[in-house]
Design a protein around this ligand. Structure first.
Ligand code: OSB
Ligand code: MG
Length: 368
């Protein structure tokens, strides 16, 4: 395969409801869409998922555009490759910028899957036909609003509830949820809002039988997470801290976590995500697929990844209508009884609404 044309789009998509975390509130997303075409005319799709602000990781929608335009697309264009894994190697000399790398690597995987007559899930070795999904609920302005969101999610069949916490909205918040909803599968995500000074608060969370606590400490820490895990009975799940296979090995060797949230974009693409998945499987670490409030293309990639055998816990890939008035794919991703059917048709398994993207794009750039 040889990529001969890449079209880069950016469009602003309004979220149905704003999403609040310990690091800020997201009302709107800049969705970056990549349309890559290879010499034989096969089209593959990728999505850039970085936010507008560098507060989850250092990347933004603008840095993604910059990296793609000035470094990643020029490296890939007109180069003969036989397997998408080679894209990972090709991008290695460029430091980090995982979300930018992932955006275009995903399009190459889509082309590869189509050309080998497989669904993306099959192309990566996935075996599940259905995947279990949970939902991530942002910080709310009141317990009433939070209860309502949880109630709706449970009514829709989501298999696990994740709530965001931050200092001051933690122990009493989780206690209130347990009092109201009993033993529901529940976890909390702190997005790096705590330090070891908060140990007494974090220990108090142990009493609630959470499935796990996600990324309590600094975004780039694995050392203190290991110290913290020794003091907590609640399993620690790392998100921000795992940006590569190397990070994963170090965290497992140190005992920094018992669970890992794998986000394709955070680790630089599907190839790296598979390596992390395989390593986790060999080392008895449970994994699940996290989300970046993706539009449909990113969502489709997540669904394919989650079909791998060691994704044993429900992920954050909720249905399209949970986030968007109108998604950029059809059919939209739908959740039934807390499950999504993994598409069996070639490639990402959804049609990309090119008309919608063309008409809503605020940026369009062609490289050939
Ligand atoms: O930490 O997993 C996270 C959303 C924005 C930024 C970071 C995170 C999240 C979520 C929701 O928890 C993920 C999703 O539903 O796509
Ligand atoms: Mg997280």
């Amino acid at each position: 395969m040889k990529i001969t044309e890449v079209i880069l789009y950016a469009l602003k998509m309004q979220m149905k409801s704003s999403f609040a975390t310990s690091f800020g509130v997201i009302h709107q997303k800049t969705v970056i869409v990549i349309k890559a075409t290879d010499a034989s005319g096969t089209v593959g799709w990728g999505e850039g998922v970085a936010f507008d602000d560098p507060s989850y990781t250092e990347e933004t929608a603008k840095t993604t555009m910059h990296m793609l335009e000035d470094f990643l697309i020029p490296r890939l264009l007109h180069r003969e490759i036989t397997h998408p894994d080679e894209v990972n190697t090709l991008f290695k000399p460029i430091r980090r910028n995982m979300m930018a790398k992932s955006a275009i690597e995903g399009a190459v995987w889509d082309i590869y899957a189509q050309q080998t007559g497989q669904s993306l899930a099959q192309a990566i070795g996935g075996t599940r036909e259905m995947i279990d999904v949970g939902v991530s609920i942002g910080l709310q302005t009141s317990h009433t609003a939070l209860f309502e969101a949880i109630e709706n999610s449970l009514a829709q069949g989501y298999k696990r509830i994740k709530v965001k916490i931050k200092p001051g909205q933690d122990v009493e918040l989780i206690r209130a949820i347990r009092n109201r909803f009993g033993d529901v599968p529940l976890m909390a995500d702190a997005n790096s809002a705590y330090t070891m000074e908060d140990l007494p608060v974090l220990k108090k969370l142990d009493q609630f039988g959470l499935l796990m606590i996600e990324q309590p400490l600094a975004h780039d820490d694995i050392v203190e997470h290991a110290l913290l895990q020794k003091q907590l009975s609640t399993p620690i799940c790392l998100d921000e801290s795992i940006t590569s296979f190397e990070d994963m090995k170090r965290a497992v060797q140190l005992g920094s976590c018992k669970v890992v949230n794998i986000k394709i974009a955070r680790v630089g693409g599907i190839t790296e995500a598979i390596r992390i998945h395989d390593y986790a499987q060999e080392h008895g670490i449970a994994v699940w697929c996290g989300g970046m409030l993706e539009a449909g293309i990113g969502r489709a990639h997540n669904i394919a990844l989650t079909s791998l055998a060691n994704f044993t816990l429900p992920g954050d890939t909720a249905g399209s209508n949970h986030y968007w008035y109108e998604d950029i794919i059809e059919p939209e991703v739908t959740v039934q009884d807390g499950m999504i059917q993994v598409p069996a048709i070639a490639g990402i398994g959804y049609n990309v609404k090119e008309q919608m993207i063309e008409s809503q794009a605020t940026i369009k750039k062609t490289f050939c």
